[in-house]
Design a protein around this ligand. Sequence first.
Ligand SMILES: C[S@@+](CC[C@H](N)C(=O)[O-])C[C@H]1O[C@@H](n2cnc3c(N)ncnc32)[C@H](O)[C@@H]1O
Length: 598
Amino acid sequence: MGTATHNAMSYFPIGNTRPVDVTLGCQVDKECDMLLLGCGDVRNVLHTIHELQTRGTTKSKDQTINIHLNDIEDSILGRDLILLYLAGTIDPNNSEDLKFLLGVWYDVLLSQEHLQRLKQVMKRVSLVQSGNNGVYFGNMKSEVSIKRALLGMEKFEMNGKQMRDTRWEFLNSLYRTNVPKLFMDWSTGQMVRPKVDLPQTAVDWITQRVSAQCGRLDKVQRLKDRYHQEIRDYITTGVTRVNLQSLSSKRVVDSFSGNMTLLRPGWNIWTVPDDCCPYLSHDIDLELHRYDGCKVTLASLCMEMLKKWVECFQAAMEDGCILKIYMWLGEATEVCEKDLPESLRFDFIDTSNLADKIGLVSVLSCSRNRLKQPNGVLRTESFDYTRLKGVVSVERYLSGCIDVPVLMYPTVFGLHLAEELSLGHESVPPTQFPLRTKLTLKWKTAREQKNLTAITLDEKASDAVSAALEKVKTCPGLDDQGPLGHVIKACVKSATENILQRVQNFAKATTKRNTLIEYTDHYLVTIQTDPECLKKGTVSMDCVDGDPYVMVLQNSHNGQSSFRQTLSLSCGIALNTSNVKVSRKRGKLKLVLSRMLT
Ligand SMILES: C[S@@+](CC[C@H](N)C(=O)[O-])C[C@H]1O[C@@H](n2cnc3c(N)ncnc32)[C@H](O)[C@@H]1O
């Protein structure tokens, strides 16, 4: 068996954040396409279906939902197939079935009964044909690799002791060397030296993170003690309370076997970070009032959530909604740029915290051309703030990723933020070790460049973009020296090239008579017309049909107009802070247009 160290590439078969509704609560079209890049486990798929079913969307006969899953690891997608197969076939009213699903999803060790059942499921899933049960392999490469990974898992066995030892070795290494030697406690302003004493340190960290998500748990000391004990049991035995029941740690190690879906095939060592656990990947807040630590445990609340997901997943398939799930194996940017069918576009792209792995710029660049126009929405997430030294603002995060003004994002990325930065982001709390702040941003496509009035970049703006891209090439904040360094560098290279190409395309077509120059915070437009048109009357500027992206400039004299110019811009314009200067003699108009953020 190999040696587990935290330096080995971490494996994420279990989510470490709460589930997300990929549709973000938006109304969806009759044919809705979703793409989950770096999807990890299938909690976001099941949670989204649950939300759509609750909202009635999937109950409609002519509704089609296409969900495209991508991950760089074949075994993660293989495991997703197993979990989806179980979600589609188990009986949600049978508690043994639910315990089995919970076990496969979260338990490090499985009872012999669960293990045998899992092996049968693996065999069946590895024979599945593309298109059966609504699951499709995006391409041959995905099908071959995912099936191979499934067969590899099915053949592999590890007894309870070996599994416990490799997991413990990894956690020891993780805690002993990954803990900062000193860290700032932002509440006291003191530097603190953390002690490492397993399993207590692990219990402290995980309970702190759970408590940060579900503050109410700590209010009653009796309940606090119980949930701390439940988490301690999970850390020490690797088995959730519903499957552990009253078995001792020794009994479990002696009679249970390793859950091979939690090991990367061929590695035989545990590499799953400590925060990949059910308590951090389920939204149990609303049911916490029922928690008593005995009959209702954290694990039983998670199992109830799974039951609801399974019920909705099965109901959605039975209700006549067409639900198709596609599997795309590969590096996310490559899948977007090379593997997906040329014309495939998405209403929703979710990227988990891929931005922490390959950089926000890479994620924006590869997703941009995969969004439907004009309403496609992209979600990015990041919780890697270590470089920001605790004090967090969205602006600092963004400028840490790429140092260009947010107002230039439509030009640079072809995307703009879908919400005001000040909305809901005013008080992003500082990252306070061992807690992490998750920053979610939503993006929409900017208007198609080909439909916009041609612009020139102001020299300073152009230099700013070039300098920012040079900095992006150094992979700021990314682990480009780690085992996935080559992947990160390739993603960043491709992203910077795409952006450069985009920006260069702008340089093309401005006419001599009219110029539209993009500055970092405004546009300067110069229009040359026949001086006769401007000699008399007034000149006005307005949005066309209330659209702040399209401006019409025209003169008016005795109710007649002899001059009219329309401008289509990549940012909305704030009319109240924009102005027009008219040089009547020379027939020249100079417009300073203030740009809006969203
Ligand atoms: C972004 S990671 C982090 C864990 C995540 N927060 C969660 O809760 O699952 C999630 C998944 O992304 C995958 N991944 C990492 N880098 C990738 C890449 N460049 N392309 C595609 N998938 C990637 C990992 O294999 C993992 O399964």
